[in-house]
Design a protein around this ligand. Structure first.
Ligand code: BES
Ligand code: MN
Ligand code: ZN
Length: 489
């Protein structure tokens, strides 16, 4: 979908969208249009339940007095609550409303400041995302309708300027959604690494460690997970250098299990296909690096994507196997389906050991337990550094990618005691998202670190205001904002 900004010379045909505030209050554009249509908009309002809440829309078809076939009323909510997130929701709702309408273009005149107009456009862009490259026989009525959206605003140049960085964030979100939506026969460790190498176009350096390099460096916990798969594991290391050479980087580490069968502790068949999305953490890391580079962020950042496939086979790791991780600590693998924490234990250790980051954030679709605890509204936040945790929570509130702090003190250590090794990778059913975080904590040294368990938010089974169902791209907006607010001059 094309997005443009233009000064309001109103199109005489096609669809027009205008804003309505809470309590059915017309914004100026809507009021003017209502007069020109001899009160058609007001009458339509009275005949409906539309009352101007954010996310509501109402189409008025063929009102008299104008040539436009359709006027869409877009709810903007209460003026004092009309922030960037509300504007994004309104833009998303408009796109969703017009998706099946048969309309190809829309002119949007909602009477907002340039910055909010830009966020309307961002919401529209995010909601218009589609993953339909594999549909070869799409029915006409299923085809996306809307091709172009033009925001009509006096300060068109300012709005366009405000939209530019948002558009590159949206592009990064779409990239992540694509990677997560792709099936596991297409996105596997090697192809993911190849995709990451394309970021060279943005001056991101990529290094890839294959199984030989991983063995030399002792990342045996990660290798153990990969050993049942025909696909070679890859530790993809991305570097964006936007600050001085001597500045320690911010590190992002992502769980990249391109398919999680559970291994020998195999998962039930029902719903297993969802486990193609078990690399959403690694996807988000790639996306954050892309977003930072695209806007030339004045920060040094490294992204580590720990890519493996968890398969059962004659070479697969067995329940009860003990691995010696890169840190030297040993782990008894009592459940091969608790593989994410094994992969991350090595990736986190390697990241802090090699890059000495000033802060380290990992993202992982780590546990079903976090979905039980928080549902799909919040990701779980575990941090060994209070200030870092607060910064992340704030970035989450600002971007709508929200985080909820979880406890994981020493009282939980008992849960992962092993009879024969330093720890085991499964602490039983209760509080498993915490058991996992307690294990990870042992692999970050003294680094300020936060772990985001995104199992409940990386994927959505129903359309959301700014995400159609499928992969959400969670983490890109959050961490781009986190860097902008805390690590850039
Ligand atoms: N990848 C899963 C977690 C997951 C569950 C992600 C649902 C997205 C949606 C993870 O590797 C896993 O299998 N975790 C197990 C751990 C258990 C065996 C200790 C779980 O949560 O059941
Ligand atoms: Mn698993
Ligand atoms: Zn997994």
């Amino acid at each position: 979908m094309k997005i443009a900004f233009a000064r309001p010379a109103w199109p005489k045909t096609g669809t027009l969208a205008v804003g309505v505030l809470a309590g059915r209050k017309f914004a100026p554009g809507a009021a003017a249009l209502d007069r020109r249509t001899k009160g058609a908009l007001a009458r339509a309002l009275r005949a409906s339940r539309f009352d101007g809440k954010v996310g509501q829309t109402l189409s008025v078809l063929a009102p008299r007095g104008i040539g436009n076939g359709r006027v869409v009323l877009v709810g903007l909510g209460k003026p004092d609550k009309l922030d960037a997130l509300a504007a994004q929701r309104a833009g998303g709702a408009l796109v969703a409303h017009l998706a099946d309408s048969g309309e190809a273009t829309v002119g949007v005149a909602v009477d907002l400041a340039p910055n909010l107009a830009a966020h309307i456009a961002l919401g529209a862009r995010l909601r218009a995302y589609r993953f339909d490259k594999y549909r070869t026989t799409q029915k006409r009525e299923e085809k996306p309708g809307l091709r172009a959206l033009t925001l009509l605003i006096d300060e068109a140049a300012a709005a366009r300027r405000a939209f530019a960085p948002l558009a590159s964030t949206a592009a990064a979100v779409s990239r992540v959604r694509d990677l997560v939506n792709e099936p596991a026969n297409v996105v596997h460790p090697r192809s993911f690494a190849a995709e990451a190498q394309k970021l060279a176009a943005l001056d991101i350096e990529a290094d890839v460690l294959g199984s030989k390099a991983l063995r030399e460096r002792g990342l045996n916990a990660m290798l153990g997970v990969a050993q049942g798969s025909a696909n070679e594991p890859q530790l993809v290391i991305l570097r964006w250098s936007g600050a001085g050479k001597s500045d320690a980087p911010v590190a992002f580490v992502g769980k990249g299990v391109t398919f999680d069968t559970g291994g020998i502790s195999i998962k039930p068949a029902a719903g297993m296909e969802e486990m193609k999305g078990d690399m959403a953490g690694a996807g988000a890391v790639l996306g954050v690096l892309q977003a930072l580079a695209a806007r030339r962020a004045r920060v040094n950042a490294v992204g580590l994507c720990a890519m493996v496939e968890n398969m059962p086979s004659g070479t697969a790791q067995r329940p009860g196997d003990v691995v010696r991780s890169a840190s030297g600590q040993t782990i008894e693998v009592v459940d091969t389906d608790a593989e994410g924490r094994l992969v991350l234990s090595d990736a986190l250790w390697y990241a802090q050991d090699r890059f000495k980051p000033r802060a380290m954030i990992d993202l992982a679709t780590l546990t079903g337990s976090i979905v039980t605890a928080l549902g799909h509204e919040y990701a779980g936040l575990f941090s060994n550094d209070e200030a870092l945790g607060r910064q992340l929570v704030a970035a989450g509130e600002a971007t709508g990618e929200r985080l909820w702090p979880m406890p994981f003190g020493e009282e939980y250590d008992e849960r992962i005691k092993s009879d024969i090794a330093d720890m085991k990778n499964d602490g039983g059913r209760w509080g498993d998202s915490i058991n996992a975080a307690v294990l990870l904590k042992r692999f970050v040294g003294k680094t300020a670190w936060a772990h985001l368990d995104i199992a409940g938010v990386a994927w959505t089974d129903a359309d959301l205001p700014t995400a159609p169902k499928g992969a959400t791209g969670f983490g890109v907006r959050l961490l781009d904002r986190f860097v902008a607010d805390n690590f850039e001059p």
